[in-house]
Structure formats: C-alpha cells, structure tokens
Design a protein around this ligand. Structure first.
Ligand code: UDP
Ligand code: MN
Length: 647
C-alpha cells in the first residue's frame, strides 16, 4: 500500500509499460519454445526429393537409456518407433560459445606415460585385408608413440599430425568415373558408433563423410557407446554442435558394436542406414553407388571396397579388386581378394560381386529391411562375430550381400583392439550364438576347431529362443542351403573319427603346425607344441587329401623332401601328389605318389644322412618325407580334442 501511494502517475505508466513488455517477451519465448518442440517431436519422414539435409547446426546431444524395453527387439519389430524424444535427457547445445574447429588444440589429449591394462589379443573377426596381426612395435619413434599405440591400437601421434580434412587418392577404376546414378537416390543416415575412439580418427571420419557425400546425406549420427576418455565428453559435444548435419547420441550403457548400431538405427531418419566404424576415410563418390544398389533392391545389403589405412604410418593402401567377404569354420571373417579373376571379364571392374559375408567396417542397408530382418542380435556381447551373424541371417532370410567396386572407403587397421573385455571368452560366446542359431548340424565342424567354445558350451547354453523364433517367423532357410547356394567355395570337412584332429607326433610329443591367419598361401609345415585349441586341426578326407586350416583350403603337399602346404585344387579328382594314406596300425602317414613316410624333425634335429636336397636345412625343424621305418619319429595319430558326440 505504501508503495502504491508513493508511486506517481508517470511512474505508474512506466511500470505498466514495462509489465506489458515483459508479458510480451514471455509470450514470444513460450511460443517459440512450443514451435521448436513441435518440430523435434513430429519430425516428418524425410521426403524422397528434394532431400532435406540438416540445415542448421545440430541442436541435440542426447543421452539415451538403452535399457528402454522398446529397444529390446521382439519378433514383430514395432517397438523402435515408440521411442519418444521426451524420454531422453536433453543437454543444451553449447553452440555459439566457442568456435570449435579453431579451438581444436585446446582439446588435445594428454597421453598417459604408461597406459594400464593389457589389450585383448586381436582376432581376425571383423575383417581386414592384410592386417598387421602379429606385427611388431618397431618403427615407433618415441615413448609418446608407444603410449598412443597402447591406448588406441594404432599410432595416434602420427594421426594427430595429419589433417582432419585430408583427401584420399582416387583409386577407383576409370570406368567408375563415367557411371551415372539416379537423381532420386534414397536419403542416408551414416551411423558411427564409437567407444573410446581417438579424437583425430573420429573427427577425420566425420569430416570425410561430410565432404565426400554431400548430396544424399541426411545426417551423420554419432553414437557414443559409453566412452570414458575425456576428449569425447564436452569437447566433442561442443565441436559437433558447430557442424551442420551431425547429431550426437550417448548411450548410458555399454552396448557393444551390434547393440550400439541398433540404437543408432532406432534414432536415424534416413531411408538407408550406413553403419561405419569410427576410424574411416571415404573416397570421393563412395555413397552414390551404394545407395543405387539398395534403391534397386531393398533387401540388398552392400559394402564398399574396404581399403586399408595402416595402423602405424596412416598410409592409405588400395585393396585389389575383386574382393569379397568370407568366413571360415572358426567363424573368423576375412576379405578374400582375387585380382587374377579381373582378366577373365573386363566388365568386372564396375560390377558388384556377390559376397557370402560383409565386414563390419562399412555396411549399407535399407532402414526398414534392417528392422524387419532382425537388426543386430541383441544377445551378442560387446565385440566380434556380429557381422557374421548378420551375413548368414540376411542371406538365409531373403536378402543378399555384395561388394560395390565403384565405392571405396578406407578403414584403419588396428594393431590390437584398444579395449579390454570384462569377459575374455566373449568372442567365443558370440560365435556360439551364431553356431547354435544358424548352423544346424554343421555347428559341430565349428566346435571341433574352437575347443574353447566347445568347453564353454558344455557348461552353459546360450539363450537364443528369441532368435530361433525370428528365424522361424521369417521363414529363413537352413545352413545347408547357405553353403550350397551362397558359399559353395567353402570346403565342408568330413572330420572322420580317427582321421581328423591334431596330427600328433609320437616321437617328438609335438603336433604338426602351420601359422594361422587369412591370406596364407602355404609353405613348409612346422612341428610345434600341441595347442589343444583346435587351431592345428586337420582332416584326412575320402579323397586322400589332408585339409589344413580353418577354411580347409590348404592341402598337405610335398616340395622335394619337405612336407608343405599349398592351396587345394578345386577340381576333382585331386592330384595324386596331394594324396595320403594313414596306416592306423603303424601310425605311418604315407605319401601315395612317392610311397615315402612323413617324419617329424624337431628344430636342430638331425636328418637322415644322404638326403642331399637343397631344401633340407639340418637345423630347421618340420615335416619331411623319408623312407618308411618303424621309428617313433614316423608315428602319428589324429588326436581328437572334442568328443564325437560333442556340441
Ligand atoms: N565399438 C563400440 N562399442 C564397443 C566396441 C566397439 O561402439 O563396445 C565401435 C568402435 O569404436 C568401432 C566399431 O564399433 O567404431 C567397431 O569396432 P572396432 O573398430 O574396434 O572393430 P574392428 O574394426 O577392429 O574389427
Ligand atoms: Mn574398425
């Protein structure tokens, strides 16, 4: 009252004016907020043409609780739509506070002097042509580089020195440059999941996508799979908020490769999903050829040719065409490049090649097809074999896969995986899911070659009920069909009892051995301690061939007096040079053509006098052909590691 009585009429008018202005301002704020929210909730499905790429800088960094039951895929695949924006925690954009790209140096990560923990041994599962598995750390120039390698699995110090905007040399076939693509290609969401990725490699990936695929790109969707590294927190949010067309989602739970991609797919709005690893560099024109193939057939799942960025030098290496993705009986994935086939058909340079499997590095799939065919198996743990599961499923349940040669993306090969797993058997557990869900009786072939998986399986069974239901509801074909229609080149071992297993030498107490890994074309057989893991498994088949390796593609052969491995012929009957006879009673393994016996020689062991061959290095161990005797050095047996009834 006192206040009021003290107010003069002039003051009162001023007060009224202020109040009016304030009300107006509040009204406008509320209105704009309402409009904004409306826009984000009712995001319309992107029209086919003209394409609306994100025009404004991205507004949202979203934390997502992926425990949402909507994300647990059932067989009807409806639930993903029910994810509401208002269930998510929105973090205000830092837009405008800093100019991110210029502040780049301030985000520089200080590398710890010695990173702790050992990284999980790298297995060849997600695929890399010519990866550096088993490579040494030589060539690293400083402690910094060694620490970076330890932390990331590649030389991040070198990566830091390379521009985030570098362009790759164009290695496409000249024929590709004249290709025309439809004007109305579907829109694409590039989904990039990352867990503790280095700054330079992650951002180079994003910039590379933005600068090479401007036309049909709906968005780049970054999905943080609960990274712990500091530079991936607010610094990344800030940086991303400055970039048009890029969104960032963060999972509040560690999902692993497949789970993270499924989450990204649920939030993506493009018609075609392109899953991409967080350390890739795209070549000019990579996206159009992929979109065109998917647009022509929505059940087609496609991959570019995956070129290789070297983990140590960051040099770019083009992969030779034709290349396709395959896997072996240990369920390890690899790219198989067969340049010699190029000469057979010059048209081949631009024609896509059917591929029994695709690697995880980059894969494009129609968004609806991805959901209807079962996304990624939600039962799969963090890393490994998820692309093999998807490959068998896509083929068996009505889709197809191919590599498109006019599209090239380079993927950084790791020296080792940069993260450790709480469960060291996790890769085996993932493979067990693949075997039990998709391989029917053929799974036994897998279990014989992966004894760790066999023993895990003895004590626990995976819960694959949902996946089996999915398989049934989609009317998927069996593995026998897959082998004969899609991947007839995969040798199907016979694994006859007492004629398959580790080839155990009685005289030396060791086993026949050969380094494992893709791309090995053969060479001298070794003798080494028995591994017991299934990695030394071989199979004497009814043709008389001794098939070696997880794909059974290498055959026991002879070169002068040395027992070697060479690529098995594809024709029948097999060459007599590759035929062997096992005499169970004496344990002798006889080379049919020469009637000589296989003898085990330990390193430094003495060879029979008079061998006189230039291949015979007296100090080298290995398997040699000798006149048959009854010496223990010529006694063998096939040690079966997994009981025949097993699995
Ligand atoms: N990744 C993830 N969560 C994980 C493990 C991996 O999001 O738990 C991401 C990782 O950052 C990468 C992709 O998934 O972008 C594939 O992993 P990685 O590159 O390590 O596999 P590789 O290519 O070596 O087989
Ligand atoms: Mn990768």
């Amino acid at each position: 009252m006192r206040l009021r009585s003290r107010a003069t009429p002039g003051r009162r008018r001023m007060l009224c004016l202020w109040l009016l202005l304030l009300t107006l301002a509040l009204l406008m704020l509320a209105l704009s907020d309402l409009l904004q929210r409306d826009r984000s909730i009712q995001k319309p499905a992107p029209p086919r043409a003209p394409l609306r790429r994100f025009s404004a800088p991205s507004q949202l960094e979203v934390f997502l609780d992926s425990r949402d039951p909507a994300l647990e895929l059932g067989v009807d695949f409806a639930p993903l739509k029910s994810l509401q924006e208002d269930q998510l925690l929105l973090v205000p954009s830092a837009q405008g506070t800093k100019s991110a790209p210029q502040r780049r140096r301030s985000y520089k990560v200080l590398l710890p002097a010695a990173a702790k923990g050992t990284a999980a041994a790298r297995t060849q599962t997600r695929g890399e042509p010519g990866t550096a598995s088993g490579a040494h750390m030589h060539g690293l120039h400083s402690d910094m580089e060694r620490a970076a390698l330890h932390k990331y699995g590649f030389n991040e110090v070198v990566s830091e020195r390379i521009s985030l905007h570098r362009t790759l040399p164009d290695t496409r076939h000249p024929e590709c440059l004249g290709e025309d693509y439809s004007e109305s290609l579907p829109s694409a969401s590039v989904v990039i999941c990352f867990h503790d990725e280095a700054w330079s490699t992650l951002l180079r990936t994003v910039h590379s996508v933005l600068s090479t695929a401007p036309k049909h790109l709906q968005e780049v969707l970054l999905v943080d799979d609960q990274s712990r590294h500091g530079h991936l927190k607010s610094a990344l949010s800030e940086y991303v908020s400055q970039m048009a067309g890029v969104r960032l989602i963060r999972s509040t739970r560690r999902l692993g490769v497949g789970g993270c991609r499924t989450l990204g797919a649920a939030k993506a709005i493009g018609e075609v999903l392109v899953f991409m690893d967080s350390h890739c560099e795209c070549q000019k024109g990579w996206l159009e050829p992929l979109l065109e193939r998917v647009a022509q057939d929505r059940t087609r799942v496609v991959s570019p040719i995956m070129d290789v960025i070297h983990w140590q030098t960051f040099q770019y290496n083009a992969t030779q065409w034709p290349v396709r993705g395959v896997f072996d009986w240990r369920l390890d994935f690899f790219w198989e490049s067969t340049p010699q086939l190029q000469h057979e058909d010059p048209q081949m340079a631009v024609l896509p090649v059917r591929s029994p499997a695709l690697g995880g590095g980059v894969v494009a799939i129609d968004r609806h097809f991805f959901q209807s065919v079962g996304a990624y198996d939600p039962g799969m743990l963090l890393w490994g074999a998820e692309q093999i599961e998807m490959s068998i499923r896509v083929w068996s349940c009505g889709g197809s896969m191919e590599v498109v040669p006019c599209s090239r993306v380079a993927h950084l090969s790791h020296h080792h995986l940069p993260y450790t797993f709480p469960d060291q058997d996790l890769l085996e557990r993932n493979k067990i899911r693949v075997a039990d869900t998709w391989m029917d009786a053929y799974r036994k072939i897998y279990y014989r070659r992966d004894t760790l998986a066999h023993f895990i399986k003895q004590s626990e069974s995976p819960n694959i009920t949902e996946r089996l239901r999915l398989k049934k509801s989609l009317g998927c074909r069996n593995f026998h069909w897959f082998l004969s229609a899609v991947y007839p080149q995969l040798y199907v071992p016979q694994d006859r009892p007492s004629l398959s297993g580790e080839l155990y030498s009685v005289g030396t107490g060791r086993c026949a051995d050969y380094p494992s890994g893709p791309g090995l074309q053969g060479g001298p057989m070794n003798i080494a301690p028995c591994s017991g893991t299934g990695s030394q498994h071989c199979d004497l088949n009814s043709e008389g061939e001794v098939r070696w390796g997880s794909a059974g593609a290498l055959c026991l052969d002879v070169e002068e007096d040395r027992v070697v491995l060479s690529r098995c012929p594809t024709h029948r009957p097999t060459s007599s040079r590759l035929q062997w006879n096992f005499i169970k009673l004496s344990g002798q393994l006889v080379h049919q053509q020469s009637q000589l016996c296989v003898e085990a020689v330990k390193e430094g062991g003495l060879l029979q006098s008079g061998s006189g061959s230039k291949n015979s290095n007296p100090s080298a161990g290995g398997l040699f052909l000798r006149q048959c005797t009854h010496l223990p050095r010529q006694q063998w047996h096939f040690e079966q590691l997994v009981a025949p009834k097993g699995a």
